[in-house]
Write a protein that binds this ligand. Structure first.
Ligand SMILES: Nc1nc2c(ncn2[C@@H]2O[C@H](COP(=O)(O)OP(=O)(O)OP(=O)(O)O)[C@@H](O)[C@H]2O)c(=O)[nH]1
Ligand SMILES: [Mg+2]
Length: 699
């Protein structure tokens, strides 16, 4: 089958922003104007096409990223609408990883908000070029130029305003296109309002001229051709200017800025034009870099072309009650058809493609093939997890995987009736398969099921889905911090596990040393035994026993991290030794060694960004002080004060409410996991008391 759209006419874009900036409202209009849907669904009516989950419709927020596609002026635009709430930041992360460009939506009143900074950083991390859309120009207090300043100042971005608004707040009625030097107005405010292009009225000509010259000057600073014409005082052709802006955008030097009101249907069509004009197609970006699966130091390139070997990244998994496991993929090179076989680079397993579907929110259309640059889903890949590379078996490649933040909030959960235990466990494991920021584990000692997620809302939604989709009712505990445990010094233990019960006995004997490692190192195992004191075939069992012991720490049952275990000596018995015996001996030895290694709790520290009117700064800092917070720095953004700080998650439950009440609802914040740090001794002892442990930490 030939290509329907040449590669240069494909745009893969994401829409990202602070919560409630209007991403979904923008997306709904995009679908309408591109002819993808014939009725606009509004978020506030619980009718948005893209917010299809029941929980999304009830709450009027986006929870899960949804993909769709539309056509605009001969271009195929694949779009992913992402959620703005911080608990679902992983959804933004995965989209940024696979998209070629993004529309960052800003609120015309608030400008840059805390979560706008986070998504901006995420886009930077994955080198995603972007355009800015300043939305809500109809709202009281909307100010385009202030928003631009806030983008320049807080995001350190070079803005390229390609339009300026005509009128503001309730009088916002048009924009001036600075490239074509026309005024674009909308007749009416409904979706089918007509867009008219007319000469710039006399009264706006000075402003328009001023901003056009501003745009040209900024562009000329970075573009030789434009600079030359500018210096000679010559007219700059629209096409040349557009080409120069496109180059600046794709190279992430500048950000074209547009404005409008999604709710009043103004500015969306021009934004679609800008997507086509300024955001890259797959062939405008450098070739994709991966590594050889067997040698991570060896780089391999894939050019965006149907003729290259197939490579794709699985960026999302969704279990569907009707079709089973859907694997969302972004194709970087080559073509794949149903029935063909792919290699999962991580597992080394081959996967036969059952079916391929194209996505439109929760609707799926079966298609025969996926080509370079496409985003779609495949059905029937069993071994695939989020972040896996799928490639042509003869041309293996490992693409850069996805990284997700650590889930740091825990809740204990228990089915209301014993009979529901299996269904509860099934449901939770299914959610964990889909969502890399959600984990389930059972506390060995108490037998309690613990779920971990990004925040209270995240876990609340999971519990709600469990009830609705699996019919499981559960008792849930209060959210608590996901502590970890580690050690502060080295210690050695010598343990024998011996059983003599008639017949064949058990014999395992290990001597090992535990050593602290720097934060973030995880677990390292080293075998330093010599002379076969423990036969080689038992070493993996020793390592397994060590790992198991670390899963449930001895202080309070939290997983132990940043520990190195060195196996130094041991002995075996010709007849009685077994894998199990060595595993148990190792586990016992680790527990004993850890006891003597001054164990300590680790707690998650969050990076906070608070955005407030200056008059509340004192109160907010005071409050942070009580929460064991540490100031990093402060900056001023127009009328707002921005506070950057670190604080332990344990002190931040309910922070949203407290911040709201101490600022009359006018301060805003975002937080992100930063790192694990030692819990101060006196705090640790309070935690021990609370959980009823007799263990005490010493300074
Ligand atoms: N006045 C005004 N309201 C708008 C505009 N665009 C969106 N809204 C409203 O703002 C609210 C949030 O809009 P959404 O589109 O759900 O925002 P979102 O960015 O998708 O939100 P999340 O996905 O939850 O982060 C809704 O009530 C919209 O009707 C606009 O241009 N003007
Ligand atoms: Mg939304």
């Amino acid at each position: 089958m030939p290509r329907k759209y040449p590669l240069k006419n494909i745009r893969n874009i994401g829409i990202a922003a602070h919560i409630d900036a209007g991403k979904t409202t923008v997306t709904e209009r995009v679908l309408y104007y591109s002819g993808r849907v014939h009725r606009v669904g509004e978020v506030h009516d619980g009718a948005a096409t893209m917010d299809y989950m029941e929980q999304e419709r009830e709450r009027g927020i986006t929870i899960t990223s949804a993909a769709t596609a539309c056509e605009w002026k001969g271009h195929r635009i694949n779009i992913i609408d992402t959620p703005g709430h911080i608990d679902f930041t992983a959804e933004v992360e995965r989209c940024m990883r696979v998209l070629d460009g993004a529309i960052i939506v800003f609120c015309g009143v608030a400008g840059v908000q805390p979560q706008s900074e986070t998504v901006w950083r995420q886009a930077e991390k994955y080198k995603v070029p972007r355009i800015a859309f300043i939305n809500k120009m109809d709202r009281v207090g909307a100010n385009f130029f202030q928003a631009i300043e806030s983008i320049e100042h807080r995001l350190h971005a070079l803005t390229l305003p390609v339009q300026i608004p005509v009128g503001s707040e309730e009088n916002f009625r048009a924009v001036i296109d600075l490239l074509n030097q026309k005024m674009i107005t909308w007749v009416g405010e409904t979706v089918n309002c007509v867009q008219v292009s007319e000469e710039i009225p006399e009264e706006y000509r000075d402003d328009a001229h001023f901003w056009r010259m501003h745009l040209i000057e900024v562009v000329a600073n970075h573009d030789e051709e434009v600079l030359e014409l500018y210096l000679e005082g010559k007219e700059i052709p629209v096409d040349l200017l557009k080409k120069a802006i496109r180059k600046l955008c794709i190279n992430r030097i500048g950000t074209p800025v547009l404005c409008g009101s999604a709710l009043k249907n103004k500015g969306i069509r021009l934004t679609l034009d800008a997507v086509v004009d300024y955001l890259p197609s797959p062939i405008d970006l450098p070739p994709y870099e991966g590594t050889l699966p067997q040698d991570p130091n060896k780089k391999v390139l894939r050019h965006p072309s149907d003729d290259e070997p197939f490579s794709a990244l699985a960026f999302k998994i969704l279990s569907d009650p009707h079709v089973g496991k859907l694997t969302f993929v972004r194709v970087y090179s080559g073509v794949i058809e149903t029935g063909q076989t792919l290699l999962n680079t991580r597992t080394g397993m081959k996967e036969r493609l059952g079916r391929i579907v194209e996505l439109h929110a929760d609707e799926r259309t079966e298609i025969k093939e996926l080509r370079t640059g496409d985003i779609g889903a495949v059905i029937g890949c069993r071994s695939v997890l989020t972040g896996d590379t799928l490639c042509a078996p003869k041309h293996p490649i490992a693409l850069m995987p996805l990284t997700f933040p650590e889930p740091v909030v825990h809740i204990s959960i228990e089915p209301k009736t014993k009979a529901d235990q299996d269904r509860l466990s099934n449901a939770l494991h299914r959610f964990a398969d889909e969502d890399p920021t959600f984990r389930v584990r059972v506390n060995e000692e108490t037998g309690q099921t613990i779920i971990a997620g990004m925040g209270e809302l995240h876990l609340e939604i999971i519990i709600d889905r469990m009830k609705r989709e699996f019919g499981v009712e559960a008792h849930v505990g209060k959210p608590v911090v996901a502590y970890r445990e580690t050690i502060r010094q080295s210690a050695t233990a010598d343990k024998k596990f011996v059983r003599q019960t008639g017949g064949r006995g058990q014999y395992g004997h290990v001597v090992l040393t535990v050593e602290p490692l720097p934060r973030g190192s995880g677990f390292v195992f080293e075998d330093k035994t010599v002379g076969g004191v423990i036969p080689k075939n038992y070493i993996p069992s020793v390592e397994k026993g060590c790992k198991e012991a670390l899963e449930t720490g001895i202080v309070a049952g939290y997983p132990m991290v940043d520990v190195k275990i060195i196996l130094t000596f041991g002995s075996y018995h010709e007849v009685d030794s077994s894998d199990l015996a060595f595993q148990i001996a190792a586990s016992m030895a680790v527990k004993e060694a850890v006891m003597n290694a001054r164990p300590i709790l680790l707690e998650p520290i969050m990076r906070l960004e608070i955005d407030t009117p200056p008059e509340y700064t004192g109160d907010i800092i005071n409050d942070l002080d009580h929460r064991r917070g540490r100031m990093l720095n402060m900056e001023v953004d127009g009328q707002r004060q921005i506070i950057h700080a670190l604080a332990p998650l344990a002190e931040l439950f309910g922070y949203a409410n407290d911040l709201r009440s101490c600022s009359q609802g006018r301060a805003n914040y975002a937080m992100e996991f930063e790192r694990y740090e030692d819990v101060p001794v006196e705090v640790g002892n309070r935690i021990m008391e609370r959980i009823g442990s007799s263990y005490g930490f010493e300074p």
